[in-house]
Design a protein around this ligand. Sequence first.
Ligand SMILES: Cc1ncc(COP(=O)(O)O)c(C=O)c1O
Length: 384
Amino acid sequence: MERETACVHGTWLYDKTTGAVSVPLYQSATFRHPGLGESTGFDYSRAVNPTRTVLEETVALLEGAKYGLAFASGMGAVSAMIKLFPPHGSAGGGKTRVIVSEDLYGGTYRLFHEYYARYGYSFSWIDTSDPAKVEAALKQEAAALFIETPSNPMMKVTDIAGCAEAIHRAGGKLIVDNTFLTPYFQNPLALGADFVIHSGTKYLAGHNDTLAGFIVHSGEEANPALREIQKSEGASLSPLDAWLCLRGIKTLALRMEKQQQNGGIAADWLRNHPRVERVFYTGFKDHPQAPLSARQARGHSGMVSFYVRQSALVEQVLKRVKLILFAESLGGVESLITFPLVQTHGAIPETMRLSAGVNDRLLRLSAGIENAADIIADLEQALE
Ligand SMILES: Cc1ncc(COP(=O)(O)O)c(C=O)c1O
């Protein structure tokens, strides 16, 4: 089945009893047992819910995985993922060590640094787009390598296959946050990754109307443990949110194509604007890792970051934009603009933020599916 078809139909064509084309919303917390010791396969929605199951199978299908697990948010998925690696192991001086891309979503940094670091984990932050730094970090034992590619917000590209080979040699697992490209443009498991994470809130659901997160993988041993974490912690995705995600995914292919197109138009336009100093976009032919992008991904998202020439322009742009909404998040049908320094990356310490390039002149645009001319006209009047 081709990707576009898989987006529309997933693992569901129609309801076998009623013929319903849309997956029914099973808004039920609990399910009647047919008898003592008997189950329909659905007992309680924190553990399993029929609507969520179809969504989990659909996302797994899109990623070429055996298993999918849906969580209440991307952070819920990241948190469950880390718990798969038992804390207080022998690695990293008595702690379970995870190597992480230094240029990544600030909420992931906060979760790791401010919470898990207290509970038996240690984190090494490196520029994973540099293979020499990955090799150097692996000289010490590590349970996992967690990468975001393209990175958020600097659009650096990390070699997924190279990282998989390196961490496997060291006996660890590779986790890839595939939120920016989605399975429509990139399939990390096919490149050797062990686990894929998604903030389903973004492109997958696609309408800025729900939060969701996913872990997708094919690990026979890991799956029961991950299910146990999902069920025990209770951060499973609600039926309604699962239904919204399923509906969103139906148009993923169309949206990704249009958002990629709008992102490219905006990136080219911004690059030629006198008040813009530099633009970061993985679709540029002269992006430093363009050949790697072409090898491991089938396209680009609508994500474009850029430095304006003076920091005062940031406030001006954020105040003046009319159509493009000044809001956190990305990937939805509405164009959004974000100031990573204080929003998405506010939790990251200043030195680390600055070394990654997140400064007071950086803005991040998530191109939506509007007419590109309207997006450009809005940027033009905002930058004037
Ligand atoms: C790349 C990436 N991963 C994970 C997350 C967390 O997802 P959520 O906001 O759904 O918890 C985000 C949120 O912005 C993100 O951008």
